[in-house]
Design a protein around this ligand. Structure first.
Ligand SMILES: [Zn+2]
Length: 399
């Protein structure tokens, strides 16, 4: 019994010693032990050095980390231009397109329905049944953003703001001179990729002044329903982002149709829009993505050869990323998306004395459906229509 008691006492002593050792280790951690916080006395000129301590491996993290003499600077790439949505309606970023886009009315045998897709970009309007399935023959060049706020009467209350830093290039309150109603055009210089436009249409009012430099998010006006085919119920902001086809639009207009044009270079026919909602969503996910990169990812629907008049195309000089391939040759081959956005200009050895379709994406129906009637024909053959020829004249600057 007594030896058993002795053993128990030994055990107790060992436990105590163990605990003491444990407390000692804990005490050595810098934070919780106040008695270790007493600072050593420092007199000027004294270099205080901690005596070297041997620490168990799990305590080594408590030691101050050695300071690297020159930590390499972190390279943070900045976007050439920052973009944001023009109103408080941000639902496109939450994948709620039905909240984001203003619907269009569609008349069906079953009655009138409201279709949000009609407010998005592309061939989204005037469906018709064909042997190739349902075809949307009417193109929408911008996106229609529904109001986020309305007052008790249903009057929209949304402010419209600049999507990016830029210059107000054009403001018109003569709402009857275009389908846009009251509209503002901004120009945005994006590094060396060129000057892109943004257009804000159907405004109720605007405070923007042409020539003004404005920052992203600056108020341009109030969302409204001016222009044709729009009422308070369908009040929205029509937003476009895209390329300015020519800087000599008035000259072209005088030579081609000769119609009065009060809008100068900011006439709708001189502005070719990309898919603004897809671009802004892609840029939101990847802020370094600029419109030129976005456009280069788009599918080519047709290519047209235009004569080389002995100089680079103006469009390629203003948007250098469009220009591909080697030195100039007999002609220029311009690649277009279905809606007619130029996305490449390359030299070609083929001679073209006038604008000629050199390639088209094979399609079972009429190419006019997919090209805003710029092309005639079907299958793998296509020709430029009168409208297509006018557009090519403007795009190639051949006037
Ligand atoms: Zn619209």
């Amino acid at each position: 019994m007594s030896s058993e008691k002795g053993l128990r006492r030994w055990n107790a002593v060992l436990v105590l010693v163990g605990l003491a050792a444990l407390f000692y280790w804990i005490g050595r951690k810098p934070a919780p032990a106040p008695e270790e916080e007493t600072a050593p006395v420092v007199t000027p000129g004294t270099i205080v050095r901690e005596p070297p301590k041997e620490l168990p491996p799990d305590q080594e993290m408590a030691l101050p980390k050695p300071v690297e003499p020159n930590p390499p600077p972190r390279v943070v790439e900045k976007p050439l231009l920052e973009f944001s949505l023009p109103t408080d309606n941000q639902s496109i970023f939450a994948s709620q397109p039905e909240q984001f886009f203003m619907f269009v009315d569609r008349y069906t045998p079953a009655g009138q329905i409201q279709v949000w897709e009609g407010g998005s970009y592309g061939f989204v309007r005037n469906p018709r049944e064909t042997a190739q399935g349902k075809v949307f023959t009417k193109f929408h060049e911008g996106i229609d953003i529904a109001p986020a706020v309305r007052d008790a009467k249903g009057e929209p209350q949304d402010q419209v703001r600049a999507i990016a830093d830029g210059v107000v290039a054009y403001v018109t309150m003569s709402s009857r001179t275009s389908n846009y109603g009251n509209y503002v055009v901004m120009l945005h210089q994006i590094g060396t990729t060129g000057v892109f436009y943004s257009l804000y249409a159907h405004l109720k009012s605007t405070s923007a002044v042409a020539g003004q430099t404005v920052g992203r998010g600056s108020t341009l006006g109030m969302l409204g329903y001016t222009g044709s085919g729009i009422d308070r119920r369908r009040a929205h902001l029509h937003l476009e982002i895209g390329l300015v086809l020519s800087e000599r639009f008035d000259q072209y207009n005088a030579k081609s149709k000769g119609l009065a044009n009060p809008h100068g270079n900011y006439h709708g026919s001189n502005l070719i829009g990309l898919n603004a909602a897809d671009f802004l969503a892609a840029n939101h996910a990847e802020p370094l993505l600029m419109p030129d990169q976005f456009l280069r990812q788009q599918e080519v629907y047709y290519k047209v050869l235009v004569p080389n008049r002995g100089q680079e195309l103006e469009l390629g000089q203003r948007y250098p990323w469009l220009r591909q391939g080697g030195p100039a040759a007999a002609s220029w081959e311009i690649s277009f998306t279905g809606p007619g956005v130029p996305i490449a200009i390359a030299p070609s050895a083929y001679t073209a004395s006038f604008a000629t379709v050199s390639w088209v994406k094979p399609f079972g129906g009429y190419h006019s459906w997919n090209t805003r009637s710029m092309l005639g024909g079907s299958g793998n053959t296509a020709t430029l229509t009168a409208e297509g020829n006018r557009m090519l004249t403007l795009t190639a600057g051949d006037f």
